[in-house]
Write a protein that binds this ligand. Structure first.
Ligand code: PLP
Length: 385
């Protein structure tokens, strides 16, 4: 009998992509839906990739990544994240996205539960479903500025729970967890003997304070940390992520890479090595632009009296839409039809997030300014109606 996978058939389409597909048909759209930095990859990183191609470095690498890149990763995580590891604990994946999947596969069996944030990056849910794990949403709320309620989360841990995924700075909320919160989350994982999968792909896009990696305080192998060059260096198309994990977990993650992908692109690995070891001023320059765009959005929302969560990091901002009386898909579709502004419907980030929408302000500054102005006018009309 010919069949189609039930797990794959269960997946609904990403709301971000649904809005994007409609937006690209317009003569002019304001793209506040997609999270792709509006910058070119810095020149020295491009040059390293070109040199790698010209030198013939266009072949398979070892499954967990080139030793020279893994050494560069070890230096970076020691220097910036205060994580002490050895080379067998780090590996390279095609994008941070596969590091998350490899982590789930490495530490659980089909039927096991993975706690994921609601709202959270949609791939946590889809990857759990595709691999036969059971995604269990833990709520994060606008009223709590999307900070976790650790007592409530601990009560959700069952005998089948294998891990909790956290993401700070967060997509889609822009929230950042403090050192105390990270400590409490780590303690919760240690007490319940589950893994803490810490997705830190937005670690450098932070407006105040310092980024905290819970793995720095992990004395007994409970934390798996995921990074990527995608957002930090405007390298989304190069597809390079990397992870640091306890030795046995890292070994199992390596097996997942080998069987699904063989290895990440060699050319992109040379580019990533240049990114991690080369000049870092591009990070501060891009951050300054994101900060300016964030400030434009916050000023417009404040002036219009629209409720939002204070963005502390990443390049996203959540807006409450309850007072418009619309759900998140209706709001996003009507906003696009009426104004050409594309935003992401909250429901795509989790079942409890239908009263919020996400804007992404990493697009071109003028588009962000015009897009948020149009959104505020539309919101005010809906409120009056
Ligand atoms: N984690 C989060 C929270 C993300 O938002 C993304 C991408 O949008 C990723 C991981 C994956 O990034 P990459 O493009 O490196 O696969």
């Amino acid at each position: 009998m010919r069949t189609i996978s039930k797990n794959l058939s269960r997946l609904t389409r990403s709301g971000i992509r649904m809005i994007l597909d409609k937006a690209v048909l317009l003569d002019k759209a304001y793209h506040l839906e997609i999270g792709d930095p509006g910058f070119d990859t810095p020149a020295h990183i491009q040059a390293a990739a070109i040199a790698a191609i010209q030198a013939g470095n266009t072949h398979y690498t070892t499954h967990a990544g080139m030793p020279s890149l893994r050494e560069a990763i070890l230096d970076k995580v020691a220097r910036e994240n205060h994580i002490r590891a050895d080379i067998n604990q780090v590996g390279v994946t095609p994008g941070g996205v596969f590091a998350v999947a490899a982590a789930m596969m490495a530490i659980s069996e089909p039927g096991d539960e993975i706690l994921i944030p609601d709202p959270g990056w949609p791939n946590y849910y889809t990857q759990a479903v595709v691999t036969g794990r059971r995604p269990v949403h833990y709520p994060l709320t606008l009223s709590a500025n999307f900070q976790p309620d650790i007592t409530a989360i601990a009560a959700m841990i069952s005998g089948r729970t294998r891990a909790i995924i956290i993401n700070s700075p967060a997509n889609p909320t822009g929230a950042v967890f403090s050192a105390e919160t990270m400590q409490a989350l780590l303690k919760m994982c240690q007490e319940n003997d589950i893994y803490l999968i810490s997705d830190e792909v937005y670690e450098h896009i932070l407006y105040d304070g310092a980024h905290v990696s819970p793995a720095a305080a992990d004395a007994d192998g409970h934390v798996i940390t995921i990074y990527a060059t995608s957002k930090t260096y405007a390298m989304t198309g190069w597809r390079i992520g990397y992870y640091v994990a306890p030795p046995a977990v890292a070994k199992a993650m390596g097996r997942a890479i080998e069987s699904y992908l063989s290895c990440a692109s060699s050319v992109s690995q040379f580019a990533a090595q240049a990114a991690l070891t080369g000049p870092q001023d591009c990070i501060a320059e891009m951050l300054q632009s994101y900060r300016e765009r964030k400030d434009i959005c916050v000023a417009a929302l404040k002036a219009a009296g629209i409720g939002y969560a204070k963005p502390q990091g990443a390049f996203y901002l959540m807006i409450g839409i309850a007072e418009t009386g619309m759900d998140s898909y209706a709001f996003s579709n009507q906003l696009l039809d009426a104004t050409g502004v594309a935003v992401a419907p909250g429901l795509t980030f989790g079942p409890n997030s239908d009263e919020i929408i996400r804007i992404s302000y990493c697009a071109d500054s003028e588009d962000v300014a015009e897009g948020i102005a149009r959104l505020c006018r539309f919101f005010q009309q809906c409120r009056k109606a």
